[in-house]
Design a protein around this ligand. Structure first.
Ligand SMILES: Nc1ncnc2c1ncn2[C@@H]1O[C@H](COP(=O)(O)OP(=O)(O)O)[C@@H](O)[C@H]1O
Ligand SMILES: [Mg+2]
Length: 337
C-alpha cells in the first residue's frame, strides 16, 4: 500500500515537474441544480510554480471561488486534471483528501469566522489545528506565527474582542499552523477598509518573501497592482495575465507609492493549450465587426487581427497571405470573437 502511494507520488511529480505547485489542465466544473446546469469552469489552464505569489481577479460569478475550493480539496472537478504539490486531486481517496486538506493546503476566507472559535484566545485558535499533528513545540510555533502576522501582542485576546482586520491576521496564522505547502485565500480583504487591506497584503508579501507559495483571490484591483503575477478569470477560463514590471519589484515596501494610480504591470493575453485566445472587450468593439468573423493574418512576424470589411476597404492587400490557423472549425470555437 505504502509502496503504491510512493509510486503514485513519483508518477505525479514526474507528470508535473517538481517545481510546479499547481497545474490545472482543461479544468471543467459543472454545477447541477434542479432546473439547469451551471458551467462554472470552462476548461481552465493554469500553472503556478513553488514560491510564487499569484493573485486571481475576475468579476463576480467568473469561477474564482470554484477554482480555489477545488485546489483546497473542498470540491471535485467535473473534467480535466488538477495536480497540487504532486497530488492528483481527481484520483485521491477520501482518506488521502482529509490528509491533503490538513497538511498540504491552508485556507483563509473572506468571512474569517469560518476558521476560528470566538471564545478562545488568538493563541489557542492558532494552536487548534495543530492538535492532530505530531509537532512538539506547538505553543512556540503558534507564537512565532502570531509574530509573523503582527499579532503577538494580542495573543491572549479572545477572537470576538478583535477588529475585523486583526481577526483576519489571526486567520492567516491559523491557516499556516500546519505549515501548508500552499496558502489559499479567497477575498481575504473583502470586509476590511483599504488601509487594513493594504497591511494584510503586506503580510502575504512578507510570507512569500520567506518562501511561502500563495494564491489569493481578490476583487481589489488596486491591491493586485502590488502582486508579481495576476491572472484574470473570465467566464471560467483564464483570459489575461499581468506581471509586475522589473522597476517595481524592489519597491513593494515603499509606503509613499500610491499603488492605485501607478502603472505597475505589463498585461498579456493568454493562449490556452489549443491556441484559443480571449480578446479584451474594448478591442473587439474597436474592430467594429459586422458579425463574429475576423481576419487573422501573419505579417512581419506578427499576428494581425482585423475586420473583414476593413480588409476590403484597403484593397485586400493581405488577401494572398495565409491565415494563422488553417483549421477553420477551430477558429469558430474561439471564445470571444
Ligand atoms: N454550489 C453551487 N451550485 C450551483 N451553482 C454554483 C455553486 N457554486 C457556484 N455556482 C455558480 O458558479 C459560477 C461561479 O461561481 P463562483 O466560483 O462562486 O464565482 P466567483 O467566486 O468568481 O464570484 C456562478 O455562476 C455561480 O452562481
Ligand atoms: Mg467568490
Amino acid at each position: 500500500m505504502a509502496e503504491k502511494s510512493k509510486a503514485e507520488v513519483k508518477e505525479n511529480t514526474a507528470a508535473i515537474g517538481s517545481d510546479t505547485m499547481i497545474r490545472a489542465d482543461n479544468l471543467v466544473k459543472i454545477y447541477k441544480t434542479k432546473e439547469t446546469e451551471v458551467l462554472a469552469l470552462q476548461g481552465l489552464d493554469l500553472s503556478v510554480e513553488r514560491g510564487e505569489l499569484t493573485a486571481i481577479i475576475g468579476n463576480s460569478g467568473s469561477g474564482k471561488s470554484t477554482f480555489l475550493n477545488m485546489i483546497g480539496g473542498l470540491d471535485k472537478p467535473s473534467a480535466g486534471a488538477l495536480f497540487v504539490a504532486g497530488s492528483n486531486l481527481f484520483t485521491m481517496s477520501e482518506k488521502q483528501l482529509v490528509r491533503y486538506k490538513r497538511e498540504t493546503v491552508g485556507f483563509v476566507w473572506q468571512n474569517n469566522g469560518r476558521n476560528m472559535l470566538p471564545f478562545l484566545s488568538a493563541l489557542e485558535n492558532v494552536m487548534m489545528p495543530m492538535y492532530l499533528s505530531s509537532l512538539k513545540k506547538k505553543r512556540a510555533k503558534a507564537m512565532e506565527l502570531l509574530e509573523m502576522v503582527g499579532m503577538s501582542h494580542k495573543k491572549d485576546s479572545r477572537m470576538n474582542m478583535l477588529s475585523g482586520g486583526e481577526q483576519q491576521r489571526v486567520a492567516i496564522a491559523i491557516a499556516l499552523a500546519n505549515s501548508p505547502k500552499l496558502l489559499l485565500a479567497d477575498e481575504p480583504t473583502g470586509s476590511v477598509d483599504f488601509r487594513t487591506a493594504n497591511y494584510i497584503f503586506d503580510v502575504f508579501s512578507e510570507l512569500n518573501r520567506n518562501g511561502q507559495t500563495i494564491l489569493i483571490v481578490t476583487h481589489d484591483v488596486a491591491l493586485s497592482k502590488k502582486v508579481k503575477r495576476v491572472v484574470a478569470i473570465r467566464d471560467g477560463k483564464i483570459s489575461s495575465e499581468r506581471v509586475l514590471k522589473e522597476a517595481y519589484q524592489d519597491r513593494l515596501k515603499e509606503s509613499e507609492i500610491d499603488w492605485r494610480s501607478e502603472d505597475t504591470q505589463d498585461e498579456y493575453a493568454v493562449l490556452d493549450r489549443v491556441g484559443r485566445l480571449q480578446l479584451p472587450q474594448e478591442m473587439i468593439e474597436g474592430l467594429k465587426l459586422g458579425d463574429n468573423k475576423v481576419r487573422v493574418a501573419f505579417q512581419d512576424g506578427k499576428i494581425v487581427i482585423s475586420s473583414p470589411e476593413e480588409e476590403e476597404a484597403s484593397g485586400g492587400e493581405n488577401a494572398d497571405k495565409e491565415p494563422v490557423t488553417a483549421d477553420s472549425e477551430k477558429d469558430r470555437e474561439t471564445d470571444t470573437v
